[in-house]
Design a protein around this ligand. Structure first.
Ligand SMILES: *[C@@H]1O[C@H](CO)[C@@H](O)[C@H](O)[C@H]1NC(C)=O
Ligand SMILES: *[C@@H]1O[C@H](CO)[C@@H](O)[C@H](O)[C@H]1NC(C)=O
Ligand SMILES: *[C@@H]1O[C@H](CO)[C@@H](O)[C@H](O)[C@H]1NC(C)=O
Ligand SMILES: *[C@@H]1O[C@H](CO)[C@@H](O)[C@H](O)[C@H]1NC(C)=O
Length: 386
């Protein structure tokens, strides 16, 4: 039969194309990545699903709950953090609307796609929108309560991602504290996270600190390169990189308001490979060093100096360069990959993006071919995965 023939052709093609790299990647380094889609030239989710499988990515964070993405990853082992955008928070303050949202955006995919967490809002305290800020906590409660009502709260956690700007002090790390005027909003959220055993998410970018102060901030310290490091005078802990100091500053801020059991995770970090002329440090070399060194730290399952037994939990920003992101040029240059699937720089992630299926007279055949490649990948994945 044709499909059998094409299966073996695909297998051969697949082996020739990806060589043995895939076989060495299984069971290894596992990291999360942010899959943003603010672009007009991004590959389809089904092609991205192949790319993701060829990297060592095991967790994806979305800024929405794009049904095409959730569908493309059905039957995969990838775990998803999905997002409820800020524009939906007004509705989420109504429990029955929160429940309807979950019934429409989560339930239909749950049997095929692993959805492990819902981020309610993104960097809400960075907006100057008081109503949005007031809506955040009730929205988180409602989304959680809706999950409880549906019997899904043990499967799916609820949290929100914060900008690093919510900190008043971040150095030395042990002096970390939240901004005074935000305390009234942050306190109940942290109490809630503690109660439901959910992590506190922070978007942390040593790049911003370096860019704002290139003469005082050590580039090597920001990039995880060899450097003297800094000692926290309060704890005597030694920091050899800025990201760990930032994470520990958040732990300190949480401790300062009375909570010791809430885990801090990094919902975004990364380094742009390009930027405007005033964005010092945004180069492919620095981005390669930052992300390459970061992956090595993740692979070593390191904790931070203040939490040495808790391996850092990180979602890299981002999978692709996104050409429609507003703001300075750096915003459009955080990707590990160009939209055509070629790596922006080489950090040893031999990702493979399959060719686009071009509509033609052999459309059906090409589609079969793609299906075969995917099947092959699944097959080898499961074979080697154990
Ligand atoms: C995937 O993980 C394995 C084991 O840790 C590692 O040897 C390999 O280099 C990783 N592959 C990529 C592409 O990072
Ligand atoms: C809020 O809910 C209403 C009615 O349920 C719906 O029509 C509207 O589109 C929702 N708004 C957003 C931004 O999702
Ligand atoms: C909450 O949403 C439901 C369903 O859309 C609607 O019937 C109800 O009136 C809303 N409640 C409030 C207080 O707005
Ligand atoms: C919020 O207001 C502050 C101070 O007025 C300003 O610096 C900041 O840029 C504003 N942020 C946004 C997202 O508008």
């Amino acid at each position: 039969m044709t499909s059998c023939f094409s299966f073996f052709t695909s297998l051969l093609f697949f082996l020739l194309t990806i060589s043995d790299s895939l076989f060495m990647q299984i069971n290894g380094l596992s990291f999360g990545i942010n899959y943003g889609q603010v672009g007009n030239n991004l590959p389809s989710p089904s092609r991205v699903a192949v790319l993701i499988r060829s990297m060592n990515v095991t967790r994806i964070k979305l800024y929405d709950a794009d049904p095409n993405v959730l569908h493309a990853f059905s039957q995969s082992n990838v775990e998803f953090v999905i997002g409820i955008g800020n524009e939906h928070l007004q509705n989420m303050t109504n429990l029955s609307k929160a429940q309807i949202w979950i019934q429409h955006h989560v339930l239909p995919y749950l049997s095929q796609t692993k959805i492990i967490s819902i981020n309610v809002g993104n960097e809400v305290f960075n907006s100057n929108d008081t109503q949005l800020i007031l809506n955040l906590f009730p929205s988180m409660q409602n989304v959680h309560n809706a999950l409880v009502n549906l019997g899904l709260d043990k499967l799916i956690s609820v949290t929100t991602a914060h900008s690093f700007n919510i900190l008043e002090n971040s150095y030395p790390p042990s002096y970390g504290s939240f901004k005074q005027d935000l305390m009234q909003y942050i306190q109940p959220i942290v109490e809630f996270l503690d109660e439901i055993n959910s992590p506190f998410l922070i978007n942390a970018y040593p790049f911003f600190a370096y860019k704002d102060n290139p003469n005082e901030v050590s580039l090597n310290y920001a990039l995880f390169q060899p450097n003297q490091g800094l000692v926290d005078p309060n704890t005597n802990l030694h920091y050899d990189n800025m990201l760990y100091a930032q994470i520990d500053a958040v732990y300190a801020a949480i401790n300062a308001i009375g909570y010791t059991n809430v885990e801090v995770k990094v919902s975004e970090t990364g380094w742009p490979s390009n930027g405007d002329s005033d964005e010092i440090g945004a180069t492919p070399q620095n981005a390669k060093l930052y992300n390459g060194n970061l992956l090595r730290r993740i692979e070593e399952k390191q904790g931070t100096p203040a939490k040495p037994l808790v391996p850092i939990d990180v979602y890299v920003f981002a999978l692709f360069n996104e050409d429609l992101k507003p703001g300075p040029a750096s915003e459009r240059n955080y990707g590990l990959y160009y939209p055509n699937g070629s790596p922006v720089y080489n950090i040893g992630l031999q990702g493979y993006l399959p060719q686009m299926v071009v509509p033609s007279k052999s459309k059906v055949l090409s589609f079969n071919f793609l299906v075969c490649i995917v099947t092959c990948l699944t097959f080898t994945w499961e074979l080697s995965g154990s």
